[in-house]
Design a protein around this ligand. Structure first.
Ligand code: MG
Length: 158
């Protein structure tokens, strides 16, 4: 059966942290706060895939109460999601990620994110889309206090 999933994540943008999105480190004076690396794009993609594969969500798989995931790089989350999807006999058909961020510009980094996240999932780059848009200056994202991401995924589930 073809199964659809959606994911959403948001993290605060603060001083003293690296900005990592889509597994790519982006030069910027602030970064994302989180129990892990705060990579909202990777986390939204994880949740979309888990939802589509009927495997729950990141909160269930990677509880922030578990010290194992403290400061974890999101490569680990995507690798574990991949492992669980494969062990269920499910196959990722495609996924699409949208990052909502005011600045810096994401355009120069989108291809690197596609390559990195597709590689972590063991899928061809052609199955993954990553795009970005601003929040038109509105609210916390528009004021560059936060970065959010949305994702959709299609998974073939046995
Ligand atoms: Mg997160």
């Amino acid at each position: 059966m073809l199964s659809i999933g959606q994911g959403y994540d948001i993290h605060r943008l603060v001083e003293g942290r690296p900005l990592r999105l889509g597994l790519v480190e982006i030069p910027f004076e602030r970064g994302l706060l989180g129990h892990s690396d705060g990579d909202a794009a990777a986390h939204a993609l994880c949740d979309a895939l888990l939802g589509a594969a009927r495997l729950g969500d990141m909160g269930v798989l990677f509880p922030s109460s578990d010290a194992k995931w403290k400061d974890a790089r999101s490569e680990l989350f995507l690798a574990e999601v991949r492992r669980q999807i494969e062990s269920k006999g499910a196959v990722i058909v495609s996924a699409d990620v949208t990052i909502i961020i005011e600045k810096p510009r994401m355009a120069p980094h989108l291809e690197a994110m596609r390559t990195a996240m597709a590689s972590a999932l063991g899928i061809p780059v052609s199955k993954l889309s990553v795009k970005a848009k601003s929040n038109d200056g509105i609210g916390a994202i528009g004021e560059s206090s936060a970065v959010a991401a949305l994702a959709s995924a299609l998974v073939e589930v046995p």
